[in-house]
Design a protein around this ligand. Structure first.
Ligand code: PBG
Length: 305
């Protein structure tokens, strides 16, 4: 029997579904037999710590540190991530070799049918600085409380009356088969997090075999859009503390990047939209410079880098 190709993943239900999508794609692309691919779940600090905001306890590295170590040591051949959870700046020894086709990029609101339908003074559970700021931009009367944990934990908190509503990414809900949960919020109302809905696969930069195998399942449209969104984050020196929404779309040969930066309470904000060639690293850089130049002080201060 050949040595199986090892796919490293976090152990959460969503992460395992996404790892299985990668497994299925590899089997289909290479005609491999199912026992040629092995899924290796790895428990991360981010999975263990559920009671504080992600930003507070160390950011996106919490989801990637243990997986990085396993990849670096050669315990796994690739690692699968929600691109939204992948740090803006990655070490040189690792390469994002592919992205799967993106799912619905929108947030879903759970508990009420829309942002507009929230009662005056409602309480909304979220730990996302972006969602809190975007919500309070539209509805300054609303209060936010900390909500973390997996989908079921958050829904249980909602059912227990800890909040009137919460937000969850449509992508995660769909991949978990929870099509019944929540109502999609239009991107015009809440611009999604950069990379939301995209699954990425990393390999060691020096592992040419793994790179070739993984590159075969790449979805170039998703890859181009998410690369532009991540380029914007890099140019802004932004991370998971930063209230920023961004969404790139590709139609024909034109990539359109939309972005919004907000102050923490959402009272100040700046929005931009620019079109250009996919893969042009100048597009997100120019956009970042333009947004920062136009941003009110309370916003620019958050992106001082
Ligand atoms: N920050 C946690 C996280 N990372 C990826 C997803 C969902 C899947 C995705 O957006 O790709 C979620 C949950 C959420 O935001 O509701």
């Amino acid at each position: 029997m050949p040595t199986p190709f090892r796919i490293g993943t976090r152990g959460s239900p969503l992460a395992l579904v996404q790892a299985n999508m990668v497994r299925d794609a590899l089997i289909a692309a290479h005609g491999w037999s199912p026992d040629h691919v092995e899924i290796v779940p790895i428990r991360t600090t981010g999975d263990r710590v559920q009671d504080r905001a992600l930003a507070e306890i160390g950011g996106k590295a919490l989801w990637t540190k243990e997986l990085d170590r396993a990849l670096h040591q050669g315990d796994i051949d690739c690692s699968v991530h929600s691109m939204k959870d992948v740090e803006t700046f990655r070490p040189d020894w690792v390469t994002i070799a592919a992205m799967l086709p993106r799912a619905d990029v929108r947030d879903r609101i759970v508990g009420v049918d829309s942002v507009e339908a929230l009662r005056q003074g409602a309480v909304v559970g979220t730990s996302s600085p972006r969602r809190a700021a975007q919500l309070r931009k539209l509805r300054p009367d609303i209060e936010t409380v900390l909500f973390r944990g997996n989908v079921d934990t958050r829904l249980a908190k909602l059912a227990a009356g800890e909040a009137d509503a919460t937000f969850l990414a449509a992508a995660g809900l769909e991949r978990l088969g929870r099509h019944d949960v929540g109502i999609a919020v239009p991107v015009e109302t809440m611009l999604p997090a950069p990379s939301q809905g995209a699954v990425g696969i990393e390999v060691r930069a020096d592992d040419r075999d793994a790179h070739a195998r993984i590159a075969a399942i790449d979805h170039p449209v998703t890859h181009a859009c998410v690369t532009a969104e991540r380029g914007l984050l890099a140019a802004l020196h932004a991370d998971c503390h930063s209230p920023v929404g961004a969404l790139a779309t590709l139609e024909g040969a034109i990539l359109t990047l939309r972005a919004e930066l907000l102050s923490e309470d959402g009272s100040e904000h700046v929005h931009g939209q620019e079109a250009g060639a996919p893969g042009d690293p100048e597009l997100p850089r120019t956009m970042a410079a333009d947004l920062l130049a136009r941003a009110p002080d309370a916003v620019r201060r958050l992106f001082a880098g």
